[in-house]
Design a protein around this ligand. Sequence first.
Ligand code: NAD
Length: 469
Amino acid sequence: MDTQRQVLDRLRSSFKSGVTIPEQFRRTQLTKLTYMIKENEELILKALHKDLAKPKFEAVLSELDMVSNELHCAITNLSSWMQPEYVSKNLATKLDDCFIRREPLGVVLIIGPWNYPLQLLMIPLIGAISAGNCVVIKPSEVSAATDSLVAELIPKYLSQDCYVVVRGGAEETAALLQNRFDHIFYTGSQTVARSIMQAASVHLTPVTLELGGKCPCLIYGSVNMEAAARRLVWAKFFNAGQSCVAPDYVLCTKATLDSLVPAVCEVLEEFYSKEPQTSPDFSRIVSPKHWTRLMELLGRSSSKVVVGGQGKEEDKYIAPTVVVDVADDDALMQEEIFGPILPLITMESVEEGIEFVNRREKPLALYVFSEESSVVNTVMENTSSGGFCSNDGILHMTLPSLPFGGVGASGWGSYHGRWGFETFSHRRACMLRGWALERLNGLRYPPYQENKLSWLRWTASPKTSCSLM
Ligand code: NAD
């Protein structure tokens, strides 16, 4: 088996050979990736079920279809994404060709997490291939079945000289990070992101960080409580709450809470039955370690459980849990929950809710439920988050036309659709000059004179550039 060094040398020399540059090569690899997903649907679903007991319905929507839609978007738009982008010019550059050329970065590293172990590796990979890079793919060792399947499938479908899966946990990833990459795309926790940045700083490697945090959901003004409860419960308990964009906690008035609690309890029963442990539609916690973290978090909380609270270690099961009476300093409010526990917190006005959100790190997603557009706009205009969605959860990230990423502590950079292509491209500023109008150029050469300066400033002024292309 090749060492990490040999693998990287192979990718580096493939990149240098220019094999990944032609559109046809990129298109072929993307098409092969499409076949990989299509021809192995059953194996992928089986692996996701083994890792997280992911229901087929959720796996199809959030893993297979999201990847297929992104592939379709990339294959359809690749040609236009790769075109040079001509820019406006001033009088001094009127005869020149001025454009932005998207160039691949080189050999890039994609490190994935375990919660959507296929989607969160494949969508960045689509961006990296589209942009013409060679790629090292590092799946999460925690979702072991998907990790092993990805490692088996990628070499069967994609060029082994350009795309390689390297497996392992923290130790192997740390060793991998000692090598020089041209970009690192990391999805995972804020804690590990710090080590990634440290390692990247040695080689001054740019990073994209897709992180997490506590995504709030504010419910204010009039709402259709039945619909709100369904959408909230769906977004929160999809994948058993192990979604980076799951609503982490809810803020609402006491009056809203009084109608929200029974509505949420009713919806939970409707979705997962009176015995959620027997429901095939409810996922499991990924590992005993993650199960223990969540149960301990619940144990340390002084909040009041209104539904759920039970856990079965041998089954990695935690019941869909809703808690109220949550103090500011409660254990549940100190870290991202990332599991099926939903705190409902009372704040008597939307302004107080906004203030509560703004006292914390900027979240990856922010939700507001209200039938009043003034409430939606007030929340949107007075907060900051990676993404924003009103009257629903998670859905904003399913559109390839919207950039997906965080802001502040929830991440740097974005991807999906064209944004993924941009993330893995260098936008090279190109000016192709000819030899004409040398007398005009003479204006900038010494000996410097006041009248030359005036003319020069006029030719370079934005006022003379307006629609000159
Ligand atoms: P993690 O940081 O533990 O692991 C992610 C990856 O980093 C894995 O591949 C793992 O092998 C590797 N890794 C772990 N420790 C390492 C170390 N010390 N040095 C180098 N590499 C190391 O994250 P996770 O538990 O897999 O994911 C959970 C977190 O990810 C949550 O905070 C969640 O919100 C966030 N997340 C964000 C997004 C997003 O798109 N923004 C998506 C999913 C998850």
